[in-house]
Design a protein around this ligand. Structure first.
Ligand SMILES: [Zn+2]
Length: 351
């Protein structure tokens, strides 16, 4: 079994929703849940040793547009969110992350040394991420506080515009080149992240925003949960040019398990074979090299192939990759070491 450290999950969103309905999010993680994808028991069963776990402020009432007779869809961009209510929700999710840590349910990791220690101890190694920075104001004061609370990774925008930049809506077929990128405040945010040792994630930002991050920062370029646009031309996937830039900067792109980002027809359909995931990995490895490809499951954030099911099925993908010819060294890179390398770089660690 390869221990997997994964680049993107929304388990905090699921636990927060459970809490909103009156449930106990800590017990839900420790005891296991009948729905969703990640909890302690299922992560252990599937060798999911840890992952980057997002604080994400949900957009109310977003309904993915149904495809037309040609299979095309174009979901309108979610409206911008108000900062105060976003900050409230971000605090609630960060609190759950800290409570899980205190309860020993997972380890909130602030360094790669922490991640490796948690993995050795058999405790889920979580890195706190913010997917869209609506909770942060332009003076970045909240960033300081969230960093102190353990935030070590962020994407300036989700598929929604905010004061930091412009996101890509969920549309098929569309390119990610559909509007402006980072704002001036967004450039300052990226520079502050580089200074503080917070990984900057280009998932969900426009292609222009991706090039803006590349210009403002000299760090490796990161796309935590996106696939190959040439295979699935959904706006959230990576163009060949973007992948070439990620390779040149020794960054990482993580395979998203969302069927909408894996299938040629871009549809949400759990009956998508694992071979579609292998096909995207093969393309990414061919284009960027084995050192720049990793996993970004989107567990608890997307409809994923039924053959995987949930975190307990993580090794189904690892086995499929092994059957496709990836040896142990390659699998170690794909399943964890590439993430740990770029995180160590972002955190200023040598290991
Ligand atoms: Zn996402």
């Amino acid at each position: 079994m390869q221990a997997v450290f994964d680049g993107h999950n929304d388990v905090l969103l699921r636990l927060w929703s459970h809490q909103r309905r009156g449930g106990d999010p800590i017990a839900e993680f420790i005891d296991g849940a009948p729905n969703g994808h990640i909890d302690g028991p299922r992560a252990r069963e599937g060798g999911l040793a840890g992952g980057i776990s997002a604080i994400y402020i949900p957009s109310d009432g977003i309904i993915l547009r149904q495809p037309d007779e040609n299979g095309h869809y174009d979901t309108p961009m979610s409206p911008p969110l108000e900062r105060h209510s976003s900050l409230d929700i971000a605090m609630e999710m960060a609190a759950i992350a800290l409570q899980l840590h205190r309860a020993g349910a997972w380890r909130l990791c602030r360094s790669v040394a922490d991640i490796r220690a948690a993995m050795a101890d058999g405790i889920f190694a979580a890195v706190l991420h913010m997917e869209g920075c609506e909770a942060i104001s332009a003076d970045l004061s909240e960033l300081e506080v969230f960093h102190a609370a353990g935030l070590r990774s962020l994407g300036p925008v989700w598929s929604r515009n905010n004061i930091f930049g412009h996101g890509v809506p969920f549309a098929f077929p569309r390119t990610p080149d559909m509007g402006p990128g980072l704002t001036e405040a967004g450039e300052a945010l990226v520079k502050a992240c580089d200074r503080l040792g917070i990984l900057v994630d280009c998932a969900h930002i426009t292609e222009k925003g991706f090039w803006d991050v590349a210009r403002v920062s000299d760090r490796p370029l990161i796309h935590s949960h996106s696939n190959v646009h040439a295979l699935t031309p959904v706006a959230r996937n990576l163009t060949d040019r973007q992948m070439d830039a990620i390779a040149e900067r020794k960054g990482v792109a993580g395979l998203n398990f969302a069927t909408t980002m894996l299938r040629e027809d871009g549809l949400e359909n759990a009956l998508t074979p694992v071979s579609a995931m292998v096909r995207h990995i093969d393309y990414m490895v061919e284009r960027m090299g084995i050192d720049c490809v990793a996993l970004g499951s989107d567990y608890d954030g997307a409809t994923i192939p039924a053959e995987i099911g949930d975190a307990a099925g993580t090794q189904v993908l690892v086995d499929a990759l092994r059957d496709a010819g990836y040896g142990d060294d390659d699998l170690a890179k794909l399943t964890r070491e590439n993430w740990l390398r770029v995180l160590a770089g972002a955190f200023g660690e040598t290991a």
